[in-house]
Design a protein around this ligand. Structure first.
Ligand code: BGC
Length: 753
């Protein structure tokens, strides 16, 4: 070899070795002292059980494993003292005294439970979203937790999928804004502070596109669809500096995400520049055996080589990596790289400086469920509600009204927190009845159950896995209905709280029928027949098929599962102390046969028509449009749009433009409007979506007030991923729509030259 080539080779080796080393000298020093077993131990995440189960398996002999240096982190352990005990075992009894990273699922608040994430997204208020995450981090860190398995940013367009409740709905732009706000809220400006926590973006990737809406099912998707529609929120979280990511259960291109090198290395690290660590989902390494990819040793090696750093609960890494190394199936360098990333995370959190920094026993009493946090939860809940119908302007109700409050969920706590609230506590929830009485003490309110959530005992049993959510009453349906109708007869207005119990959505809670259960439909029909004004307060963790109820002369307020302040927030909106401002972040289908239905669907080569035409992209038995569009929501006031303007009619490639519109509050009370901007790229090299949300602003207007809302569209608003997966804009016409929901036809156009 020539001298020059040797120098080049040497330089190359030095550069690659340095590139693989941590910029944190303490981490390198520690690594140099670690045995192979200790490195593998750091890749092991366990849950000792004892809390609310989030998976089917719990870990055994956890204490002995910590002492032996076989555990990198724990989840499902909470409370400053309990966490301290675990941490003490690690830093006093393990050879290298490496602290544990302590994780948890803090999905919509810690003890101060906020509405389900799908509800929060309907606020379209990123300041509030960030505040939710900030409160959650303050409370969780007070309880010893420094790592959060949130935000969940899976785009979901199939309301059969129970986990649609956990994300921000169907849209990649809105989903990205929510992802950024949540990462900022959890991590703050200083990850080493004792009241901030490391976020974990999940579930990478495409988990929301599970076939047929059945949880854990396969995903098969083109790259252009992934890049344009499903990946943006994960990337937004990475760009916002998220510290960790969780791989999903599903496969992508036939390879489960947990063992998918293209996903975990080529895309996440090389293309997006992610610097944190990747944890598997609950036993998702082991589940690759059932996926059909080999035995535990084979799938564990596959995951490590793909770029997975930490194994959640399954202990495949712990029990097989050494053997794989001996057999040459993995390299020591691959184990070291994963270990380095986990140590770096612990370092960034400040755990090496002080392993007990989240274990101040005086914090829970002042930081958890404080009056201030509860007030924020009440505000967020009210902002998450979406007014779907206001028949004869029945709402808001007078504070001295005579109300027949009806429904199995109207006077209880069990369903208020919503799914995925394992850290919440039902006992703190405010029932709707209690909230109404507190906000309107002059009102006269009677209560009757009216109907079971469902009469189906077998279904009730499945829903009650985490505790009682559904009780099938010993009274007959007829007796319950009679009570409700008697109360209705004596009232000015009926408020019927109907819909889904909290565990009718969430993980492993998919439904093929997304209507209100029949027992409650019978009740609603009978209540409407009384001729009294009826307000349906609809609870659900998903968009529902409410075609029947929407056609009835009723008002409908969608409240999701509203969290710990449920009753108070519902009362604030029903009595008009807060004017509802939520807007849907999913399209609501007319029936399950339409699914998936989302606003950005392509128009096809034979565009659908309003009335059926042969040889067009239509259904024989239903329109193409959803029952209720994305972005929709009413207010107790009205807003008028006028004067839509664009700053230029022609722009160059890679430039932006300003669009403005006047919005006036024409009603008689103050209210908030979400002004939404959509773009249609009329001509381009791959078929465009019918339109895409590119900007929005939420504004508050007093009665009679008018404001000019200006959107400063950046060049990226006009770009998309082409067939080569390049993010580019192409010349041509762009239509820009501005209005109150995704169906608006108020538009301007701009030519890109
Ligand atoms: C869920 C994750 C969660 C994990 C740990 C899994 O079943 O899919 O979202 O973070 O459990 O609780």
């Amino acid at each position: 070899m020539k001298k020059n080539s040797i120098i080049v080779l040497l330089l190359f080796t030095i550069i690659t070795v340095t590139a693989q080393q941590s910029s944190i000298p303490e981490v390198e020093e520690l690594l140099s002292k670690m045995t192979l077993e200790e490195k593998i131990g750091q890749l092991n995440l366990l849950t000792p059980g004892g809390g609310v189960a989030t998976g089917a398996v719990v870990s055994e002999n956890v204490e002995a494993k910590i002492k032996a240096g076989q555990v990198g982190g724990l989840f499902g352990v909470a409370g400053p003292d309990r966490v301290r005990q675990a941490q003490e075992i690690a830093v006093k009894n393990s050879r290298l005294k490496i602290p544990l990273i302590i994780g948890s699922d803090v999905i919509h608040g810690y003890k101060t439970t906020f509405p389900i994430p799908l509800g929060i997204s309907c606020s379209w208020d990123m300041g509030l979203v960030e505040q939710v995450a900030r409160v959650a981090a303050t409370e969780a860190t007070a309880d010893g937790i420094c790592w959060n398995f949130s935000p969940m940013v899976d785009i979901a367009r199939d309301p059969r999928w129970g986990r649609i409740a956990e994300g921000a709905g169907e849209d990649p732009y809105l989903g990205s804004q929510v992802a950024i706000a949540m990462v900022k809220g959890y991590q703050g400006d200083d990850l080493a502070a004792s009241n901030t926590m490391m976020a974990c973006v999940k579930h990478l990737a495409l988990y929301g596109a599970a076939e047929a809406g059945r949880d854990y099912n396969s995903v098969d998707m083109s790259r252009v669809k992934m890049f344009n529609q499903y990946l943006p929120p994960y990337q937004a979280a990475v760009d916002a500096g998220v510290g960790s990511a969780m791989s999903s259960f599903n496969d992508i291109d036939g390879i489960p995400a947990t063992g998918n090198k293209w996903l975990l290395t080529d895309l996440l690290r090389e293309r997006w520049g992610f610097k944190g660590f990747v944890v598997s989902d609950y036993t998702s390494v082991n589940e690759m055996i059932d996926h059909g990819l080999g035995d535990l040793q084979a799938v564990s090696a596959l995951a490590l080589k793909a770029g997975l750093d930490m194994d959640m609960v399954g202990e495949g890494f712990l029990t097989t990596l050494k053997k794989s190394l001996e057999e040459g199936k993995v390299t020591e360098e691959e184990i070291t790289v994963a270990c380095r990333r986990i140590l770096e995370a612990k370092y960034k959190l400040g755990l090496f400086d002080d392993p007990f920094k989240y274990n101040d026993s005086s914090r829970p009493a002042k930081d958890i469920l404080s009056a201030e946090h509860r007030a924020i939860a009440r505000k967020v809940a009210a902002h998450s509600f979406v007014l779907l119908k206001n028949e004869n302007d029945v709402l808001p109700l007078a504070k001295n009204a005579k109300i027949a409050l009806i429904g199995a969920m109207a006077n209880e706590k069990n369903n208020m927190l919503g799914t995925w609230a394992p850290t919440g506590d039902i006992q703190y929830a405010v029932p709707i009845m209690e909230g109404l009485k507190a906000v309107a003490p002059q009102a006269s309110i009677s209560y009757a159950k009216g109907a079971n959530i469902t009469d189906d005992k077998a279904l009730a049993e499945k829903i009650n896995v985490f505790g009682l959510r559904v009780t099938v009453d010993s009274k007959t349906s007829e007796a319950m209905l009679k009570e409700a109708l008697d109360n209705a007869a004596k009232a000015d207005v009926v408020v019927a709280v109907v819909g889904e119990a909290s565990e009718m959505t969430g993980e492993a809670a998919s439904r093929t029928d997304i209507q209100i259960p029949e027992s409650q439909k019978v009740l609603i029909r009978a209540l409407v027949k009384t001729g009294k004004p009826v307000v349906l307060v609809l609870m659900s963790g998903r968009p529902m098929d409410i075609s029947e109820e929407f056609a009835l002369p009723v008002s409908i307020l969608q409240i999701w599962h509203p969290g710990v302040e449920a009753g108070n927030a519902v009362a604030d909106v029903l009595f008009g102390d807060y004017n509802p401002s939520g807007r849907l972040t999913t399209s609501w289908p007319r029936n399950v046969g339409q699914i998936p239905v989302y606003y950005s669907m392509k128009i096809t080569g034979r565009p659908g028509t309003d009335t059926f035409q042969k040889f067009r992209s239509n259904y024989l038995d239903a329109p193409n449009s959803p029952l209720i569009p994305f972005g929709y929501g009413l207010s107790y006031t009205d807003f008028e749009y006028s004067g839509l303007k664009i700053s230029k009619s022609e722009i160059g490639l890679n430039s932006g433009v300003q669009v403005s519109v006047n919005v006036k509050n024409t009603g008689d009370r103050e209210g908030e409007e979400v002004v939404q901007l959509y773009i249609r790229d009329v001509v381009r090299s791959i078929t465009p979506p019918s339109r895409e949300l590119k900007a929005f602003k939420k504004i508050l207007l007093k009665s009679g007030e008018e404001q000019t809302v200006t959107f400063d569209l950046k060049p990226d608003s006009f770009k998309f991923y082409n067939s080569e997966l390049e993010f580019i804009a192409e010349p041509g016409t762009f239509e820009i729509f501005v209005g109150k929901d995704a169906t608006t036809d108020r538009k301007v156009t701009v030519e890109m030259k």
